[in-house]
Design a protein. Sequence first.
Length: 248
Amino acid sequence: MNSSEDIKIKYFSHGIMGTKNNLIVFLQTIRDKNPNLQFQKLIGTNVPFLNAFVENQNGELFTRVDHHPILPRYTLPYVVGHSKLAHGDWFRSALIRAVCYCSSIENFNLERIYLELTCLTNGYSLFFVENNVQHFFGYSHADSMRYLKDQAMYDKFRHNWFGYMTMQYELSDKLKKFNDNDSLILLNYLYEFGPRCQFNQQFYCLWSESFNQHPNLSKDKAKVQLTTKRQHSLNSLLAREKSTHSIQ
């Protein structure tokens, strides 16, 4: 969230009094953490907020991904270094955002197709797109969801992803506590190709076995986080980083 950005908050016209106090408390919490953030409160049935479109449709909450009309479409962020790996992670993150933002299965499928076309338009192969989409659905063991149009099944699928995001937030809080206690160990290694996940699993197993009884490096006392880096080509090192665009 940009602290210098003016954000417009609209109360839903239905049931406004019941949620007004909660909304005021929520906005005050954000303002306390970001003193420079300005709010403009309006009354309406819909609002675009943080790349999400939120609307009250006859008393039902409707949400989807919001695309700003003046921002370029079908663009990928420019990544120096291992762009394919970074764009793969980013593509799956965009799919997670889509399922969390889109309350209807129709809007989710439209957003998924838009993301796939974005990658294809920018030169990535059909294999790249298919591999990342299958990884997204396979992670939650819901491969059939890609071809279903059942809203009830989609609601369950979406609920599972919200549970996954809650776990991610809890993990982030734990990492922050380790970092605050100077117990977060960041290690990186050169990566070109190969079974990266298998290597990470074997590393964590060896670390746990070697330092299980260590007073400072045991699993309960410290957290090890592995990251990869790539040997940059001469072209990458000499290239000037372009401006970054996010998918809108």
